[in-house]
Design a protein around this ligand. Structure first.
Ligand SMILES: *Cc1c(COP(=O)(O)O)cnc(C)c1O
Length: 480
């Protein structure tokens, strides 16, 4: 009886009719380390997972990340509609492959590649993959040049890579994976980005290349790529193993073309041979998509281009990852088409305006020394001023802001400056002026609280009842 189709139908109807948080969810355990024995009804499974995830914080208040947290609903729909397409299946999805090629061409144009040099490029999962490929191209070129110049590339001396100490972890990975010595040029108070002369002083016959960063993860500063290009040009005149630059433009390569078109950091500089960026940072797409471009055929060693024939037709591939959804690539094309040059310019300018407003107001609080005030990318970064005379740290302030939902990380600067603690905000397109003002008010409240708590702890006569709680009633706040 219970196996008859009719009663099964009735059971299903009953399941749909019962409230998710009534009988349905009551006996469902979310699996932890082994599959559940029985299937779970889709709306119950999705609701339980959604609820579980909802406790981890609000992406718009995460001011730690460069990665996009807003896309238009039309873009999200388009992404959902293209999730099932595998980007590597270029034979099966020629139109998708065409959109990827158009994106590469658009990026080449933004970075002033000269089409007569036959630039080449590909989509990647993000900047990490782009940097890995840029680094590998440098390694392969170096091996060839060094061998031709009679340098023994098999001695105990490892090849090396020169980069600012403010590098992102992907470069540490690259060097570890391929057994390359990472020569970090220290940052100091006067050089919060790469010191070109100090970088060139580190170059020798085993240097595969120099990386310039646009901008430094820690502070947002741009390396002075033009100065580095000049210094390298001079170095190259006296060597058989010319050194070239890879620009890690994870964030800045999608900001500078729109807001500082006259700044020369790209293929207008003769020694910049490859550039990578994250489409999911200021390229304005959800993760993960990135782009890497080489200025010419010569810049990308043939050994890194692979022909595959098993998907029907023969295709060249140079990315590390093989299968992945085409939806991010389609979404990048959408944002390019939707915004155009002017749309990108407006979005980046507005994001910069919010970041600069935050920087000005935080500076006015009078206790911080600003290290970066969103001069180039929408990042601000500060330390407690030496004379602030505070008995709390930026870690404490970061914790207190977390109570309001804000994620504003504090961390030490890289080697040579590691005793300096900084705090950083990355502004993105979805951080409105209104939200920024909320954050500023929350900062003021929490600075007051920290001052009071610390004086109580130190035996002062402050009144603990003065400590204000996070204010969830925003109705009384002034509008800006
Ligand atoms: C974010 C970042 C990376 C890594 O980029 P992903 O797209 O997250 O892989 C590399 N370099 C710099 C300078 C970055 O800011």
């Amino acid at each position: 009886m219970s196996n008859s189709p009719r009663s099964k139908e009735a059971k299903e109807r009953e399941a749909y009719a019962s409230p998710i948080f009534g009988a349905q969810a009551a006996d469902i355990q979310m699996p932890v380390d082994r599959l559940n024995d029985e299937p779970v009804e889709p709306r119950v499974a999705s609701e339980l997972i959604r609820e579980y995830l909802s406790t981890e914080g609000n992406a718009h208040q995460n001011l730690a990340t460069f990665v996009q947290t807003y896309m238009e609903p039309e873009a999200v729909d388009l992404m959902a509609d293209t999730l099932e397409k595998n980007a590597i299946d270029k034979d099966e999805y020629p139109m998708t492959a065409d959109l990827e090629n158009r994106c590469v061409a658009i990026v080449e144009d933004l970075w002033n590649a000269d089409q007569s040099e036959e630039p080449m490029g590909t989509s990647t999962v993000g900047s990490s993959e782009g940097c890995m490929l840029g680094g590998l191209a440098m390694l392969f070129r170096w091996k060839k040049l060094a061998t031709a110049a009679g340098v023994d590339i098999h001695t105990a001396q490892r090849p090396n890579l020169v980069i600012s100490a403010g590098y992102q972890v992907c470069w540490e990975k690259f060097c570890r994976y391929w057994d390359i010595e990472l020569r970090a040029v220290p940052m100091d108070e006067d050089h919060l980005s790469l010191d070109a002369d100090a970088a060139v002083a580190q170059i020798d016959d085993h240097t595969i290349g120099v990386v310039a960063i646009l901008g430094i993860t820690y502070t947002g500063r741009y390396d002075d790529v033009a100065a580095l290009d000049r210094a390298i040009e001079a170095y190259n005149r006296g060597t058989k193993i010319p050194v070239r630059i890879h620009v890690d433009g994870a964030s800045g390569a999608m900001v500078a073309p729109f807001v500082e078109p006259d700044l020369k950091w790209d293929f207008r500089l003769p020694n910049v041979w490859s550039i990578s960026t994250s489409g999911h940072k200021y390229g304005l797409v959800y993760p993960g998509v990135g782009w890497v471009v080489w200025r010419s055929k010569e810049a990308l060693p043939e050994d890194l281009v692979f022909e595959v024939s098993y998907l029907g037709g023969t295709e060249a591939t140079m990315a590390i990852n093989f299968s992945r959804s085409a939806s991010q690539i389609v979404a990048q094309y959408y944002t390019f088409m939707r915004n155009g040059f002017e749309g990108y310019r407006q979005i980046q300018e507005r994001t910069l305006a919010v970041a600069r407003h935050l920087a000005d107001e935080i500076e006015k609080m009078g206790i911080f020394e600003m290290l970066e005030k969103a001069t180039e990318i929408p990042i601000l970064c500060w330390r407690l001023a030496d004379d602030a005379d505070k008995h709390w740290s930026l870690y404490d302030l970061s914790d207190r802001l977390r109570m309001h939902g804000w994620q504003v990380p504090a961390y030490p600067l890289p080697e040579n400056m590691q005793d300096v603690t900084v705090q950083r905000i990355v502004a993105r397109a979805d951080l409105s002026m209104t939200l920024a003002d909320e954050l500023l008010q929350d900062m003021e409240v929490e600075i007051g609280n920290l001052d009071t708590v610390v004086s109580v702890v130190r035996g002062g006569d402050a009144d603990l009842s003065q400590i204000s709680r996070p204010n969830f009633d925003h109705s009384g706040r002034s509008a800006h």
